[in-house]
Design a protein around this ligand. Structure first.
Ligand SMILES: *Cc1c(COP(=O)(O)O)cnc(C)c1O
Length: 369
């Protein structure tokens, strides 16, 4: 029996590379509060991601919450979708805003832009869509609706590191795009996140809100938490950035093999290859239609597990069906999201996943057929 295959595996530089990167911190003793590694990473990410403005955070979640705060969104309704990591919905609710849930597209799992307008009321202040699994939302339609109704657009871009749409960095769309640099993401700083935007006044605001709202030693202008990225995370980010293109290229090979093996199997549906999008292959979701495939998602999950292969019911449950929300929101109001959450599995995907392991995973899945 070969070793267990995890659903993901954090990429890491060599220990020597990391030690070289953090060595200077033993001279400076400057460990956090926008130190030199922080500023170097920020500049390098702006260039890599093709964005004009970028602020770093302790994690992706704080990037979302504090972007809402910096945009002055403290009350009203925010249109979003429940087919996401719980962070997206939490960020809205914890900010004192009311989430209004829109259903998703059957094919790419992102918000169904044709259903947004019907949800707009005189209390709507923003749209917070998610680029699910790195699939890009209908950016043009969403922006057009937002412009017509004077709404802000904040993208949860946690899954899209390194992606472009029409040769522009994903982070250049909307008012703000929020990234997660968590250890399980395509690119990481152990824990970390960023907000990208084009509106320069947000710079100062985000930097201050993220540091208790402190403007200077005697002036505190906002009620902010502590959400600063420290130097050791920034150093990890500098190292990982050197290798991320190679990692994405290796993920593309894994993805290609999965597609060869699984794309024409009845009852299996794979994520689309979107036009004009440079993909990062962050996840490999598979939707199982039990009637056609002959086994349901949970049976495949168990079969993989029995064979030492990790998979994730991602996203299940949808956020509106979670214990903390199920009495307040109606999961049935987004039937497509609810249905897909019961049929989808993300299967192992990381740069160093061997093609022979990909074949082993596919064999187990196809055996359920
Ligand atoms: C990972 C993730 C987040 C939260 O990011 P953290 O860095 O873990 O705080 C938010 N939204 C989505 C869609 C994510 O996948």
């Amino acid at each position: 029996m070969s070793d267990r295959i995890a659903v993901t595996r954090s990429s890491m530089p060599t220990l020597d590379e990391y030690v070289d990167e953090v060595r200077s911190l033993w001279d400076s003793h400057w460990l956090t509060n926008a130190g030199s590694k922080h500023e170097e990473l920020r500049a390098k990410l702006r260039e890599y991601m093709g964005v004009s403005h970028l602020e770093l955070f302790t994690n992706g979640h704080m990037a979302i919450e504090l972007s809402l705060a910096a945009l002055g969104l403290t009350s009203g309704e925010v249109i979003t979708s429940p087919f996401t990591f719980v962070s997206t919905t939490h960020a809205i609710v914890r900010s004192g805003l009311t989430p209004v849930f829109c259903d998703i597209n059957e094919d790419d799992f992102t918000i169904d832009a044709s259903k947004i307008e019907a949800l707009i009321t005189d209390r709507t202040v923003a749209i917070l869509p998610i680029h699910v699994y790195g699939n890009i939302c209908d950016i043009d339609a969403i922006q057009e609706i937002a412009d017509r109704h004077g709404l802000k657009v904040i993208y949860d871009a946690a899954h899209t590191f390194g992606e472009t749409y029409r040769d522009r960095g994903i982070g250049t769309y909307g008012d703000v795009s929020c990234y997660s640099f968590h250890a399980t993401k395509v690119y990481h700083t152990i824990e970390g996140g960023a907000a990208c935007y084009s509106d320069p006044p947000l710079d100062l605001k985000l930097a201050q809100i993220r540091d208790f709202g402190i403007v200077d030693e005697e002036k505190v202008a906002y009620i902010g938490p502590n959400a600063k990225m420290h130097e050791f995370s920034a150093a990890m980010g500098i190292c990982n950035l050197r290798h991320v293109d190679d990692e994405i290229a290796k993920r593309a090979k894994v993805s290609e093999r999965y597609r060869e093996r699984l794309s024409s199997v009845p009852g299996l549906r794979l994520s689309p290859l979107q036009k004009e999008v440079k993909q990062n292959h962050a996840y490999f979701p598979v939707v199982f239609e039990p009637d056609l495939f002959g086994a349901d998602r949970d049976e495949v999950f168990e079969a993989l597990n029995k064979n030492g292969i990790g998979a994730r019911k991602y996203f299940y449950p949808i956020t509106t069906a979670m214990d903390c929300y199920k009495d307040k929101y109606d999961a049935d109001s987004t039937p497509v999201a609810l249905d897909i959450s019961k049929k989808v599995l993300t299967i192992p995907m990381y740069a160093d996943l061997a093609i022979s392991d990909v074949d082993r995973i596919c064999d187990v899945i196809l055996n359920c057929h």
